[in-house]
Design a protein around this ligand. Structure first.
Ligand code: UDP
Length: 342
């Protein structure tokens, strides 16, 4: 128990896409929330609306280094790491350190605080899967020396650290394997399929389909993902996972392009680009374990989720256009991202 008698949650990567939605949900549920972020891919704009809440605080730090000593928490969510292939491949060594050293630093502190710590792992631990759909019992098919390995192997090593620390030190852990998630506040330039396609369609640019577009993914709306993470965090002490969290509604990349063009009413069409190295051919979670143990299942289908996402992107692109059109007053921040952190 901490600030003002509230339980304390620490969200690393809290200024990111899923992290910012999670911070909001935790505040709604009565937690005092510390959002820790290095702002590599997170943005102050994502959490600006929380800044005035006395139960919210922001710490700028990088989990590859030991955490600031003043931190404390009862519940830790480790969401810190760039998650888009474009972003995490820019500095692969930093990505690996974030996953592995970051996990070590958080586990050490969680043990000292007697906190529960939830790890955001990933469907990427299955690599390019030979087993379809993927149950948690599948060990995966990952290229350890390819360009995705900094993320895939980093997340796999982090899972190892979590389970070893749980077994040898008794630290309460929860491991979530997050499948493709989308929704409002994804960064327009983040490079992932939904953010790319929606931004391109709204700008009237052709949608960039990689490869022949027959590879598949299964897309989970962010509100569903946040409710899954909260259900897992609230599960009994003996429940560690791993849990697949995602929406099993699988579709091809071409089908996603068609849906985005329909939703936006765009005539921009599509253009084909080379398939990235080691791009998984198909991905779909088996979520029986989450359903039976956590009582969780996704509720928002792609039609509704995409409509909300397009509305959010359209509003942000419009605001950005208005800011660029306005005269600059010296010393005035152009947008919330330029304001100083707390
Ligand atoms: N993709 C695409 N065009 C884009 C971005 C991604 O065709 O502009 C494809 C990508 O090759 C992959 C799928 O969409 O097959 C999902 O890619 P994303 O980067 O969103 O996530 P991940 O590969 O990590 O699942």
């Amino acid at each position: 128990m901490g600030r003002n008698g509230r339980p304390q949650a620490l969200v690393t990567g809290g200024a990111g896409f899923i992290g910012s939605h999670l911070c909001e949900a935790l505040l709604d549920r009565g937690y005092a929330v510390t959002c820790l972020d290095n702002f590599q891919t997170g943005s102050f704009a994502n959490i600006a609306h929380l800044a005035a809440d006395p139960a919210f605080r922001l710490v700028e730090a990088d989990i590859t280094r030991p955490l600031p000593s003043r931190l404390r928490a009862d519940l830790v969510f480790n969401l810190a790491c760039a998650a888009s292939p474009d972003q995490y491949q820019r500095d692969p060594v930093h990505t690996w350190k974030t996953n592995v050293l970051g996990a070590m630093h958080l586990l050490e502190r969680a043990e000292a605080w007697r906190a529960t710590v939830l790890q955001a792992s990933t469907s990427e631990v299955y690599g390019d899967p030979d087993v379809h759909p993927q149950p948690e019992s599948y060990w995966g098919n990952v290229n350890p020396v390819g360009p995705r390995a900094c993320y895939d192997e980093g997340k796999r090593a982090a899972e190892t650290l979590f389970f070893d620390t749980h077994r040898t030190r008794g630290v309460r852990i929860k491991v979530a394997r997050i499948f493709n998630t989308y929704g409002p506040r994804m960064h327009e330039e983040d490079g992932r399929i939904i953010s790319n396609f929606v931004t391109q369609a709204l700008r009237g640019e052709p949608l960039t389909v990689y490869g022949d577009g027959r590879q598949t993914r299964s897309f989970c709306y962010v509100d569903d993902m946040v409710s899954a993470l909260l259900a897992l965090a609230g599960s009994g002490d003996g429940v560690a996972g791993p849990f697949n969290l995602g929406n099993p509604d699988e579709m091809s990349v071409i089908e996603v392009a068609r849906r985005v063009l329909d939703e936006t009413g765009s005539q921009a069409g599509i253009e084909f680009h080379p398939l990235p190295v080691d791009d998984p051919r198909r991905r779909r979670p088996t979520i029986d374990r989450a359903l039976s143990v956590l009582g969780w299942r996704p509720l928002v289908g792609l039609e509704v989720g995409l409509a909300r996402t397009v509305a959010d992107f359209a509003a942000r692109l419009e605001r950005a256009a208005a800011v660029h059109a306005a005269p600059v007053v010296p010393g005035t921040p152009r947008n919330a991202a330029q304001l100083q952190p707390l």
